[in-house]
Ligand binder design. Structure first.
Ligand SMILES: Cc1ncc(COP(=O)(O)O)c(C=O)c1O
Length: 348
């Protein structure tokens, strides 16, 4: 018996340890293979007054610490197949940080260069992390129209043209929602053994909500798909009325979610309800997730759980809810988890 075998024998009997002895050994040839298969973790405190169990799909277990690793892989592989991304090519994308991180991970294993444009309201950590992964980052003003040449959409389009780069366009490239249709949806269905009744996610490009929602509804059309949208985004108004009103857009503090236009990844037939949340409640919910559940998450995760709390009365004892926690709190330590910043913004 070698040293390791002795150690394994000693730990036999600990349910935690046995749980780690997964038949799928999780040994990979590169970081990209570690994307997906994230855990589903029951919320035990915040949702204690709920009539039914609530499980969080904790997406910061992805190697780039967010759900966006999933779409990065699918976007890049599709562009390789179609010839839009050539060997040694440049990827240019406007991103709230997480898609950039996913793209950077996949790009560096395959020899591509990355240029990203971000809005200046994004946390400094996100910008530094992208630079650490070898990407070139351009920070653009938040308070301008998407068509303005200074907006992060316009800057990305201009650089892509100048450098003959490939723009994945996570907003309108349907490989975004397809990635969730192929991975997030089947994982949740399998992990809940088909018992899920409600799927809840903060929504931005729509990829997470629609791709996963479509898969789940195809398995069981009764599954309810609830999107969570910040006050200041135009998505709820569009879903409720069918009208696209960019003039309703306002700046909000939660990151990665909400939109001032309707990306092509949206498809209303897979949504049952969109719930509006406020910044303050969402950011305070992030703090509760960390302190009460041990889940150290980004602002859209707090928003999703806050939105779900607002919808509690629609649930029954026979239901089973899955809520997506999109990313990790480390990218927000200078904001949500910083008392001075929270006080300065009036959130504490
Ligand atoms: C932290 C975070 N939460 C939520 C979302 C929204 O996900 P989706 O774009 O799939 O709608 C994003 C997207 O960028 C994100 O980065």
């Amino acid at each position: 018996m070698n040293e390791n075998e002795t150690r394994f024998t000693e730990y036999k009997g600990s349910s935690d340890y046995i749980c780690r002895m997964n038949p799928q050994k999780r040994v990979y040839d590169n970081i990209v293979q570690a994307i997906g298969n994230t855990p589903l973790i029951k919320l035990n405190h915040i949702t204690k007054d709920f009539p039914c169990p609530v499980y969080a799909k904790v997406e910061y277990f992805n190697p780039g610490n967010s759900i966006k690793d999933r779409i990065a892989l699918n976007l890049i592989e599709d562009a390789e197949r179609s010839g839009k991304l050539k060997p040694g090519g440049t990827i240019v994308e406007c991103t709230s940080g997480n898609t950039g991180m996913g793209l950077a991970l996949v790009a560096l294993t395959r020899g591509y260069k990355c240029v990203f444009t971000l809005a200046d309201k994004m946390s400094k950590e996100k910008i530094d992390i992208l630079r650490a992964m070898g990407a070139e980052v351009h920070v653009c003003p938040t308070n301008v129209e998407p068509e303005d040449p200074r907006s992060y959409y316009s800057v990305a389009a201009r650089i892509a043209k100048e450098r003959d780069g490939w723009n994945p366009d996570q907003y309108n490239n349907l490989c975004n929602r397809e990635a969730h249709y192929m991975s997030t949806g089947p994982e949740i269905w399998d992990q809940t053994e088909g018992k899920i009744t409600h799927y809840v996610a903060s929504t931005g490009t729509g990829g997470t909500l629609i791709g996963t929602g479509k898969y789940l509804k195809e398995q069981n059309p009764d599954v309810q798909v609830w999107g969570i949208d910040p006050d200041g985004s135009i998505l709820k108004h569009w879903f409720d009325t069918g009208e696209i009103k960019p003039e309703l857009a306002k700046v909000y503090a939660v990151e990665g979610m909400g939109e001032d236009f309707i990306p092509e990844n949206y498809d209303r037939q897979y949504i049952n309800h969109i719930e509006t949340i406020q910044d303050k409640e969402s950011l305070l919910m992030c703090r509760r997730l960390a302190k009460e559940e041990g889940l150290f998450c980004g602002s859209s995760a707090g928003a999703a759980v806050q939105g779900l709390l607002q919808l509690k009365d629609k649930l029954k004892p026979t239901d089973l809810v899955v809520v997506i926690l999109h990313d990790h709190g480390s990218r927000y330590v200078g904001k949500i988890y910083n008392d001075e910043w929270m006080k300065e913004k009036g959130f504490l």
